[in-house]
Ligand binder design. Structure first.
Ligand SMILES: CC(C)(COP(=O)(O)OP(=O)(O)OC[C@H]1O[C@@H](n2cnc3c(N)ncnc32)[C@H](O)[C@@H]1OP(=O)(O)O)[C@@H](O)C(=O)NCCC(=O)NCCS
Length: 156
């Protein structure tokens, strides 16, 4: 049944926050990462997936505690690697992925990071291109999925 305007008024707004490693929001985001990024390719979230997490900056989008999106960045000196970008299926194509990446860029700029790079799933290339990332090099397979490397300089 379609939700009424009154129902929509009661829905908590989506908020993007920095989630400390190990926090409740971080742990709930791991559930979303598994659901969006691993289960569809027949895998669970593995130790290799979470190994960089302790040193990463985690952004989590949530509505009243219900996690609907996440992304992280691992600092590599003057650059950072964007990883584990996921938006819950029912929240896609509403600007949430863009909002997460733009907030991540702002956080990284504030930390003096001059460039972001990432390995993009080929199906997500148009999304990153809309956000100003440029693909480079050949398609390669990583964890069963075709990817391309992408970069974006950050104006400081
Ligand atoms: C890729 C993903 C994060 C995009 O999130 P989203 O919230 O749907 O993206 P947005 O709504 O913010 O889209 C931003 C822009 O990209 C475009 N876009 C998003 N997904 C797209 C797609 N699959 N194909 C073409 N364009 C796309 C939107 O139209 C929008 O363009 P606009 O700003 O000019 O209107 C989301 O689809 C997802 O979680 N997918 C599954 C996991 C995944 O592939 N993660 C990335 C791994 S590298």
């Amino acid at each position: 049944m379609p939700s009424s305007p009154a129902d929509r008024d009661l829905a908590p707004p989506v908020e993007i926050v920095v989630a400390p490693y190990g926090s409740a929001l971080y742990r709930t985001a791991c559930v979303l990462r598994e659901e969006v990024l691993r289960r569809p390719i027949g895998l669970a979230l593995a130790e290799a997936d979470t190994a960089p997490d302790a040193a990463a900056l985690h952004l989590v989008a949530h509505a009243g505690g219900a996690v609907v999106g996440c992304v992280q960045a691992v600092s590599e000196g003057r650059a950072a690697k964007l990883r584990q970008m996921a938006v819950r299926a029912d929240k896609r194509r509403q600007g949430l992925g863009r909002a997460l990446v733009e907030r991540l860029e702002a956080e990284l700029r504030g930390r003096g990071i001059a460039e972001i790079h990432l390995n993009a799933r080929v199906e997500a290339l148009p999304f990153y291109e809309r956000l100003g990332f440029l693909a480079e090099g050949p398609v390669f397979i990583d964890i069963r999925v075709p990817h391309r490397h992408m970069r974006k300089p950050l104006a400081l």
